[in-house]
Design a binder for this molecule. Sequence first.
Ligand code: WQD
Length: 342
Amino acid sequence: MSKILVTGGTGFIGSHTVVELQEAGYGVIIVDNLSNSKAETVDNIEKITGVRPEFENFDLSDRGAVLNFFLRHKGEINAVIHFAAFKAVGESVHKPLEYYRNNVNSLMNILEGMKYTGVANLVFSSSCTVYGQPDKLPVTEGTPRKPAESPYGNTKTVNEDIIRDFCHEEKQINGLALRYFNPIGAHPSSLIGESPVGIPNNLVPYITQTAAGLRKELSIFGDDYDTPDGTPIRDYIDVVDLSKAHVVAIKRLLEGKNKSNYEYFNIGTGKGLSVLELVNAFKKATGVALPYKIVGRRAGDIVKIWADTTLANTELGWKAEVPIEQTLLNAWNWEKRCRGIK
Ligand code: WQD
């Protein structure tokens, strides 16, 4: 059985990807330092799939620990999916060194470990944030990247370049970056989902916490943008659909179907939704009318972005399938389970 190392595998997208990998018949070993997730996620993954993934808890920015891990598992691991990173956009502005040290050193340690122990395949968790505010929409993989709005976003751009340059030199290693648009939702079992620490930065967890009564109301950051209803537009991708894209990417590399040893793909729905449209979709899906107020714009926000998913659809054979209302209902069911709400 092929065994996949999933770094950050107790996190939001990582845990959902572990479930999909196991259900596709892959063995999984998770490495996570639990800085932004919980060990009980491993139990919940096992409840969903009936298979307990291996789990090691250490910091991937520790070069010695990473090399030691790869040497201990030499010959066992067929591919790596690298999720582990700090990811709070706002926090990264105030803690740039922590973000660069953690996000960039972790990746370099993994690449080094792969090189020295013969692990040939890497799928990297990238982000549409590398495009900044695109001049033309929808965004294709040929859309030029732009300076990121935050150190967090720049670590994605820098890490893509590190993988590109490393694979250019190390021809035996295949890199594949998935540029996520906005991941939202939760597993239909409600056993795993998004668990932001503290006040959520992202829209959907803020919505579900407001619906659960944890937050007084949703603040909508600006309705004076150049969009039909004045609120910003994003391409919200269901987390299970997104996780399946990682399985397809792993299969592509393990079967040698990749066209070059560094590729990248947009992973979105191809449809843009405004903040107000998403709030209305939440009401339609759950029956919960959200209290909200319009406030000032949030620094660093772009106006609109959505993906052209042609390449992922044709080359990867992957397409987003979950309807937005189902995604939002899954997110709401997860929130209710977390808060003990019937
Ligand atoms: C979406 C829209 C806000 C909260 C970021 C990262 C991206 C990825 C996803 C990690 C925006 C509005 C939000 C709120 C609001 N991160 N909003 N009130 O900023 O598009 O993307 O998170 O992988 O890399 O860049 O996502 O969910 O924060 O915001 O009005 O309380 O919702 O202004 O228009 P964003 P978001």
